[in-house]
Structure formats: C-alpha cells, structure tokens
Write a new protein. Structure first.
Length: 230
C-alpha cells in the first residue's frame, strides 16, 4: 500500500474529510495519512479504538510514537489520557487497547534502530516558552536527537510563522487553525513538507496549538530499508 509515498513533495490531509478504514482487529479503525507497506509499514495514521477493543500483543520493530487525541489509551504499562505523547522505541512490546474508547495520532517505523529512549509527556500540561527570533511562538521541546526534533508549539492569533528548510517537516494541528500555501488547516489536519521546503504559514484568528516534527525526512530511505529487511 502506498499513500502520500513521494516524500519529495508537499502532502496534506484533513482528517474530517476522509473516511475511517477498518483495521484487521475488530473495533479498531484508522485514517491513513501516509503509508508505505502492508500491515508492517512506515506509516502515519489516526487510529480509533472502540470501547473494549484492543490489538494483539506485538513488538515494535521500528518504534512507535503517538499522541492521544481523545479518550484514554491503555496498555500493560499504564493509562494515557488525552494530551499524552508517548515514544515506544524499537524492540518495545505492548498490548494496546482502550476500555472506554480513544483516538490517537500514531507514527510507525520512523525511529533510529539504536534508539532506546522512552518518552511519556503531557503535551497539554507542558510549559512552553517564547522562541527567540520567532515572534508570537511559544514552544516546548519534547524530544531531540541527531535524527529529529519533536516539539509542541502555540502560534499566536494572526501571526506569520516561518521556518527555513531543515530536513523535512511535519505539523499536526491539535487545536485551532492555520493557513499554509492557501490551504486552511484545522483540528487534526496534517501537513508534511519535504527536505528542501521552508514553512510559510499564518495562524488563524484564534491561534493554534501544533505538534511539530523536524529533520526526520532525511532518513526515509533507511526507514524503508529496515522494513524491507524484516
């Protein structure tokens, strides 16, 4: 399966404009934002768990990161309410599900194979600070490595937001709105810019809260090679 698989071009998806697709597990559906591969895939998706649904126990060969968008996600390691950001590194294992139901934004097979750092942060209760040289932006660093930077940013209402090219960029809108390339992004919209593209956006009238990942698209070929070798 190939969805938005040309990483050299801009891609965008508005979650409220596409349908849910059943997964192989009853009660679990997903909206695919980008994907290369079958059930083992380099993938970015929004996944919805019906109450009392769960996946079978499994190992994350290429790592997993996710944000809980609503409800409470659960596994044998604990409960993760809305706003939770979790990184489960390669070779981690769990049995995911939700007693009451939940929705998550999730990325698979996009880690350095040697990464073993676990992260569990509340994006909604993380102190953000003004960013020097970026008027109207406050941010909190969530994860940083030689491969990528992950952070949560708030963009003040009606402010221009610019970033130079830095190895690719993904933005997932957690709340509010922004405009980029004449396109309006709203809650749960997703934008991907290629390695050589700069961001030139403007926050909406009410501002917006966004999750940002930067630099990681330099390693797409390595991600896909790792999947092919499994």
């Amino acid at each position: 399966m190939k969805i938005n698989d040309d990483f050299s071009v801009r891609a965008s998806v508005h979650a409220d404009a596409i349908d849910w697709v059943p997964s192989p597990m009853p009660g679990v559906e997903r909206k695919m934002l980008d994907r290369v591969g079958g059930e083992v895939a380099r993938a970015t998706s929004i996944v919805r768990y019906a109450p009392a649904s769960r996946f079978s126990p499994h190992v994350h060969g290429g790592g997993e990161e996710f944000i809980v968008l609503d409800g409470v996600f659960q596994d044998e390691h604990g409960d993760y309410p809305a706003g939770s950001y979790v990184r489960n590194p390669p070779q981690s294992r769990h049995t995911p599900g939700s007693a009451a139901g939940c929705t998550i934004f999730v990325k698979l097979w996009q880690f350095d194979a040697a990464d073993r750092r676990c992260v569990n942060r509340d994006l909604l209760d993380t102190e953000r600070k003004p960013v020097p040289g970026r008027e109207g932006v406050t941010a909190a660093d969530i994860f940083h490595s030689g491969r990528e930077e992950v952070r949560v940013e708030h963009w003040q209402a009606d402010m221009p937001v610019k970033l130079p090219p830095n190895g690719g960029l993904e933005i997932f809108c957690l709340d509010g709105r922004f405009v980029e390339n004449g396109e309006t992004f709203r809650r749960h919209s997703w934008l991907r810019l290629p390695q050589n593209a700069a961001l030139d956006a403007r926050a909406g009238a009410g501002g917006c809260l966004v999750w940002v990942k930067e630099g990681h698209l330099r390693f797409v070929d390595a991600d896909l090679a790792a999947i092919a070798s499994t």
